[in-house]
Write a protein that binds this ligand. Structure first.
Ligand code: SAM
Length: 209
């Protein structure tokens, strides 16, 4: 059985379309070197929110609010809610303006602070968590993600191809508390375009809190 020629070029044709505003945020991100997920991972996140029927979503790492806009637009009104954490106050204010401009400010809260400090104060349950902070923070954040997710809730982690994510990858793979799979992907317009994504479902640990 033969494969399509130039597989990477071929799959670049299937980047999901998006509106002018999202394209502008992508251009700003390239210009300012802000590592946003880009349209492929963003569309995947939205699709997973829709497919899982997630109503309470937590994002760690807001930046300008690009992925938050996709997550928020995928939520089912009227009770779908996104809480997104950002430690840089300038970026957090910028995200709030972008979320308002995208028409989703009513269902999103941008919480300022260092992820570990905010996580320690948070109570669940969340149906879906998207992890996209500094990769050194992934492993310390993992027990909180488990505590905050409902049983069967989904954790998606970006950039698990980074060396700094190695301990997180190993823990997720070995832990009986998660059922997980890491994928090496081609992700057009992502930073970087050849990277890993991890998907994990909470399978143990009692009720969320
Ligand atoms: C990769 S960017 C997020 C991109 C965003 N998810 C998107 O795709 O549109 C990471 C953001 O998380 C913030 N951040 C990194 N480490 C953090 C931490 N430990 N606590 C809180 N925010 C953090 C950074 O300031 C940065 O704005």
């Amino acid at each position: 059985m033969s494969m399509l020629p130039d597989l990477e070029g071929y799959f670049r044709r299937f980047v999901p379309p998006r509106d002018e505003f999202l394209r502008r945020l992508e251009e700003e991100a390239v210009f300012e070197r802000i590592p946003i997920v880009g349209p492929v991972v963003a569309e995947l996140l939205a699709l997973l929110v829709v497919a899982t029927g997630a109503r309470r979503v937590l994002e760690l790492g807001t930046a300008t609010g690009y992925s938050a806009i996709y997550l928020a637009r995928a939520l089912t009104p009227p009770d779908g809610r996104l809480l997104t954490l950002e430690r840089d106050p300038v970026m957090a204010a910028r995200a709030e303006a972008n979320l308002a401009r995208a028409g989703v400010a009513d269902r999103v809260e941008v919480r300022r602070g260092e992820a570990m400090a905010v996580l320690a104060e948070l109570t669940g349950p969340f149906d879906f968590i998207f992890l996209d902070i500094d990769k050194e923070g992934y492993l310390p954040a993992l027990p909180h993600c488990h505590r905050l997710l409902r049983p069967g809730g989904l954790l998606v982690a970006d950039n698990v191809g980074f060396a700094a994510a190695a301990d997180f990858n190993r823990e997720l793979f070995l832990s009986p508390l998660w059922r997980s799979v890491p994928l090496l992907c081609l992700l057009p317009h992502h930073s970087p375009e050849r990277d890993g994504l991890a998907f994990a479902v909470k399978v143990g640990g009692g009720p969320p809190g």
